[in-house]
Design a protein around this ligand. Sequence first.
Ligand SMILES: [Zn+2]
Length: 470
Amino acid sequence: MKIYNTMTRNKETFVPIEEGKVKMYVCGPTVYNYMHIGNARPFVIFDVVRRYFEYKGLEVNYVQNYTDIDDKIIKKAIEEGVSSDAVANKYIKEIEVDAKSLGVKKATHNPKVTEEVEGIVDMIKDLINKNHAYVVEGTVYFESNTFDGYGKLSGKNIDDLEAGKRVAVEIEKRNPSDFVLWKPRKEGEPAWPSPWSDGRPGWHIECSVMAKRYLGNSIDIHAGGTDLIFPHHENEIAQSECSNGVEFAKYWMHNGFINVENKKMSKSLNNFFTVREISEEIPYEVIRFFLLNAHYRSPINFSKVLMESATKSLDRIKTGYDKSSKYLVKARDEKTPHNSMAEMSSEEEKVLISFRDDFEKGMDDDFNTAAAIATIFDMVKYINLNFDNKTNVEYVKNFNELFTELCDILGIAYLREEVLLDSDIEELITKRQQARKDKDFTMADKIRDDLVARGIVLEDTREGVRYKRV
Ligand SMILES: [Zn+2]
């Protein structure tokens, strides 16, 4: 599996630090508004990255933070006459509603800055002790030229940075590219105690601290939008590597921008859309599918026309799946001779293997979801051309299973309505009988409830267990 690493500007073979595990940190949103379409992209893209690792049998520890203290949150709180906590909590809830609706799996950890201040103060103390940071009247700055690697991710040269910024140098900073780790409170702002002043953390330090706390000193993948490369990720590297003394992240992944109708998204252009607004016209599943149609590093253009075409494409996938499911149901109901569950032929097995290989080839190439979706369409085409009432049921069943498995990696999970054949149900009934014999009533009840959820009702009769489809 290859991943494009922003640090080396190369596609590299993925080798996890610890075998069988992936430690992944994705920079999360500042919570002062609904999720906008630009925020939705990293949510969906890195969710697919995670799902693909899990499909490959790796255990993923996925951390995404919420920046719940920030100038923008404080400003919104003042505008709305509420506390900044109230603003943050409201939008965390709303963002989670959208993320869930987009089919994004919940992160292993979603730390919030306001709950991590103690760890932040500790790391700042450590950076001061190691002579990488200094205090000026209650403000703590990171001294960027104490870190030789400063600029290595963005490719920026520290001298150029300094020359460019010279005019706007804040007098108290030693160098123009030094950045804030801690700032003293201003009137009316929330604050936490620290050895330097009552105040709050700068933006960059939170991610260094949270990554360390939940993932350790060195992580496998650090991800976020391209706009975060400089200064945010550059500063994270400086803080973490100076404090921990080891490489911070092995692979840096960055997703491209989203334009709206070919223009940069901005409030002033009035083309700033929240996912909630869009979802009033376009289902969440189409938004997700649309975001996966391009490679994650390319910029994408959000437009009405493209959303209409995404709707149609997704319909084609659903129709293909429905069609093959129909044959299964028909075979089940008619008990025709070909419902005898003949083994698959080697030709049939080869078809399945080749579709799986194609899909993996796309995904192994730096998560090329566009190529993976092309494989899904090839499968739809195959169903339309080859499946009919005479197709071996075992083959259709396995084909459907592969189809749902691959769609699930992309998170198009609504396709996951499995068709239960008589033989599947009988197998589950036997399993339930065994569970009852073993006095594992929790398991027995679970099997019964799962069947009910799929429209199968069990009746315990004197002659044994009967079932009916309702
Ligand atoms: Zn971050």
